[in-house]
Design a protein around this ligand. Structure first.
Ligand code: GUN
Length: 299
C-alpha cells in the first residue's frame, strides 16, 4: 500500500512558519501583512473556499479583508475596486476568486491586479517569470506551489531522471505545475482532454499529477508501480451509503485502486487542498516583505 501524503500536516507547518514570519514583521516594522479576497456572486463552493481563506489569514495574524459583491456587479465596478486595492498600501495581496460570473471578462480583471500583489500568480509578469525559470522574484500560483512542496517531501529538490505527467493545462494549475516540475529537472509531459492514449502516457509517470475535474477518472491501471500520485481534483459526488441525500468529496484519481499500485499518494480531502490556502498565506507574507524592501522568507 502507498504512503498517504499528509497535506494537512504539511499545510499546518507552512502556516505556522507564515504566522511566525508575520509576527516578526509586525514586531520589526509595525506592519501586518494585508490580504484582500474578493468574491462576486452566490456560488456556494466558492463562498466556502473564500471563507476558509479569510479565516486562515486572520489565524496567521494578517489584516484580512473580504469584499463580497452581488452577482450583478459590473466589470467597471470590479475594476474600480481592484484599482483601490492596488493603491492601498496596507494591502499586500489581492485575490479575486474564480470563476467570476459569466458576464465578466475575467482576464481583464485578473491582469488589472498589480503583479506584486497578485498572490494567485496569474498576472502575465508572474506567469512569465515562472516560464523563464525565475522562481525567486515573482509570485507562484498557490495550488501548484503547494503540490510541489508535497512532491519535494517525497523526492527532494532534484527530480533529474524522473518522468512527470500533468493531466490538465489550466493557467491556474496545469501550466505552472508543469513549469515547476521542469524547473526541478523532471522530464515533463503535459496531457489534456485531446491527448491520445492518456492511460498509456500516465503509465510512464514516476510523478503523476491529476487536475481534470472528473471524479475518479484516473484508474489504478494507469498508474506505474511505485509512482507518486498527486490528486488535485475536488469533486462532490452523491454518497447514498452515508444516508439519503448525502454527498462526499473525491479526487480525480480512483483512490483505492491507485493506492494499491503507487508508492505515495495524496488523499482527497486532506492532500493538495489544504496546501492551496497555506501557500496563499505564504505568498501574502512574501509580498508584504518585498513591499517593505525586505528579503522575503522561503517556504
Ligand atoms: N478558484 C479555485 N481555485 C482558485 C484559486 O486558487 N484562486 C482563485 N482566485 N480562484 C480559485
Amino acid at each position: 500500500m502507498a504512503v498517504v501524503i499528509d497535506g494537512k500536516a504539511k499545510a499546518a507547518s507552512v502556516t505556522e512558519a507564515v504566522r511566525k514570519s508575520a509576527e516578526a514583521l509586525e514586531a520589526e516594522k509595525g506592519v501586518k501583512p494585508g490580504l484582500a479576497v474578493v468574491i462576486v456572486g452566490n456560488d456556494p463552493a466558492s463562498h466556502a473556499y473564500v471563507n476558509s481563506k479569510s479565516k486562515m489569514a486572520k489565524q496567521c495574524g494578517f489584516n484580512s479583508i473580504q469584499h463580497t459583491l452581488p452577482e450583478e456587479t459590473t466589470q467597471a465596478a470590479l475594476l474600480k475596486l481592484v484599482g483601490e486595492l492596488n493603491a492601498d498600501a496596507s494591502i499586500h495581496g489581492i485575490l479575486v476568486q474564480l470563476p467570476l460570473p459569466k458576464h465578466f471578462n475575467s482576464d481583464e480583471i485578473i491582469q488589472s491586479i498589480l503583479p506584486e500583489k497578485d498572490v494567485d500568480g496569474l498576472s502575465v509578469l508572474n506567469a512569465g517569470k515562472l516560464a523563464t525559470g525565475d522562481l525567486a522574484t515573482g509570485l507562484i500560483s498557490c495550488t501548484p506551489a503547494g503540490a510541489m512542496l508535497l512532491v519535494r517531501g517525497i523526492h527532494g529538490e532534484d527530480l533529474s531522471g524522473l518522468n512527470a505527467v500533468v493531466i490538465g493545462r489550466s493557467n491556474l494549475f496545469g501550466k505552472p505545475m508543469g513549469q515547476l516540475l521542469l524547473n526541478a529537472n523532471a522530464t515533463v509531459t503535459m496531457a489534456h482532454s485531446r491527448t491520445k492514449d492518456l492511460a498509456g502516457i500516465c503509465k510512464t509517470a514516476d510523478i503523476l499529477v491529476a487536475a481534470v475535474g472528473r471524479a475518479a477518472m484516473v484508474k489504478g491501471d494507469w498508474v506505474k508501480p511505485g509512482a507518486t500520485v498527486i490528486d488535485v481534483g475536488i469533486n462532490r459526488i452523491q454518497a447514498p451509503e452515508k444516508g439519503e441525500g448525502k454527498s462526499k468529496l473525491v479526487g480525480d484519481v480512483a483512490y483505492d485502486e491507485a493506492s494499491a499500485v503507487a508508492a505515495a499518494i495524496t488523499p482527497v480531502p486532506g492532500g493538495v487542498g489544504p496546501m492551496t490556502i497555506a501557500m496563499l498565506m505564504a505568498n501574502t507574507v512574501i509580498a508584504a516583505h518585498r513591499a517593505l524592501g525586505l528579503t522575503a522568507p522561503k517556504f
